[in-house]
Write a protein that binds this ligand. Sequence first.
Ligand SMILES: Cc1ncc(C[n+]2csc(CCOP(=O)(O)OP(=O)(O)O)c2C)c(N)n1
Length: 699
Amino acid sequence: MAPSATVATTVAPPALDQLCINTLRFLAVDMVQKANSGHPGLPMGSAAMAYALWDRSLKFNPRDPHWPDRDRFILSAGHGCALLYALLHVTGFDLPLEELKSFRQWGSRTPGHPEYGKTPGVEATTGPLGQGLANGVGMAIAEAALAARFNRPGHLIVSHYTYILVSDGDLEEGISSEAGSIAGHQKLGKLIVLYADNHITIEGSTDLTFTEDRMARFAAFGWHVQRVEQSNDVEAVALALENARKERDRPSLIAVCTHIGFGSPHKQDTAAAHGEALGVEEVRLTKEAMNWPVSPSFHIPEEALEHFQKAVARGSAAQVEWESRVQTFAHEYPDLAAEFRRVIDRQLPNDWDAGLPAFATGDGPMATRVASGKVIEILGSRLPEMMGGSADLAPSTHTNIDRAGNFEPENLAGRNMHFGIRENAMGAILNGMALHSGLIPYGGTFFVFCDYMRPPMRLAAMNALPVIYIFTHDSIGMGEDGPTHQPVEQLIGLRSIPGMVVLRPADANETVAAWRVAIGRKQSPVALVLTRQGVPVLDLNLYPAIPTGVPSGGYVLADSLASRRPDIVLIASGSEVHLALESRERLATEGVHARVVSMPSTNLFAAQSDEYRDKVLPADVPILVIEAGSPIGWQSFVGPRIAVIGIDTFGSSAPGPVVMDHYGFTVENVCKQARRVLDRLKEEAPCALESPQIMEGSF
Ligand SMILES: Cc1ncc(C[n+]2csc(CCOP(=O)(O)OP(=O)(O)O)c2C)c(N)n1
């Protein structure tokens, strides 16, 4: 058995508490019933523990949901969001009852799972189980890091807790072990997790799938664990929360034995309390059983509302008290206070990009990952809010900031993070850090392993979070490690995530420009896709368009050598840009005049005006795309007059240049394919496919 403490007091909560808890329960029941869609079970079972937290502990101000020193609360079990919306409404957030009545309807602020930015008081988008837990770890890391940076003796400017409500599903997901492990290792004492331990998931009892001792598991991660046997024992939950807050060196897990669908005569403790409304008859029976008026629905007793709304005065007072502390702090440490305000507001200092290097040809060949490492060094010294690291690949991803120290329990001011080999949690922790605000979080790994962190990347894009990913070893060009490590479909995969900006720079100077874009974007995640292998450095005198071209996503890097309209446009990204440039010269000797368009970001290019795009890619000039990735997707924005040299297998293990040659990334093949495109146009007849690497025009 785990060394956990069991906390218990009385079983029946006092009448007012009971009234408040039932208010939450039945608001959730009515919301789901009216929508005829949603999950009533978790809200009914977890209302009491959520009430204990929100009523007795949580520091929040409904009138200012973004107050920087509020406690964070994440409902990781996002399917139970009716509970969260009920809490937000009754405690006085700007979420009118009408919104609760429009649960899950078009245009409402009460979507089917909590969405960050849509509902005041929702701290994180949740729904994909496990992500919210790891987001909370990121928030707790942010709190610890900012506290270390800004608090001074006698001045507590950053001092709040992160609370998370999780379900069985959250703890079943592998990410919970990744996140739990790192949180325990980092001794995140201000992270407190309430676990709705109800033994039920959608397919039935957890006996079907989930029988390990969860408490022992988290204790082994280094957590402080407690159990509350009676979920309605508000005082016991409050006491367990108090114990958890006293525990400064370990994150806390409080398993509360809840009953899914609590109070429902036919559905309590069954999977039937999941995923659908209770039904009109069962709602009536439940209300009657719990002595609640059957109608009207959405009933909120005045006494309960009055009690809940004390949160407004309590929250305002707490914020006013904090603001006065900040004022005293600002008096004593004016520069530090201004800096605190700047980072919390996500503002960049005026000179943030001063001193970024302009690389010379003689600096090359240089891998873009190496160039990125040099940029991180400089940016890291100018932007103390930059904090990040790698999933155990820092020597390869070049993500460390020299002299910034490791973030670890003994050095919470350290900014280099060691995420361990935990990509999924790394992505979600970065999201939590971005959601917290005050930091520019970044994380790196090999590009192929971005698949392991795709769920949090998708959420980062959905929530417009400024997270930066550094993906190195970006193509088959990385060589010997072979197909398991050679990304092929990842580029198109990331480009297809709405809102994700993917940048694959061609050389060191494009890498500098790409970092400028990444830091400057406050409303979207950015993935930097970088080479392992050295590539030539493009001379800024010869290619002056680089600094302004990269932010446009695609630009004319080198025009047709003849001062006339190009015969063909060669589009390339990353390492293939150099191949395009060489091929352009070879083609010229054969009388074919090619323009080279460097396209580090299809997403940014797609966002340019039609006029700009038509200038870069004239409508009636054929296009050959050269990119060491899946050819799918290019036609969507360059039209049908296109051929692609890409890859539609998984690569092979051999030295990088050999692999590139084998897959047709040679000057000979580019020139040959360019001539085929032109010949075909002359003949106006489709030509047969010659190799799997070239895709023909009419997709
Ligand atoms: C990653 C992920 N997989 C699957 C689901 C679909 N899903 C929603 S709720 C749920 C199970 C809920 O069981 P539990 O987590 O124990 O919550 P409770 O029964 O307490 O409501 C599942 C599988 C999901 N939301 N996220």
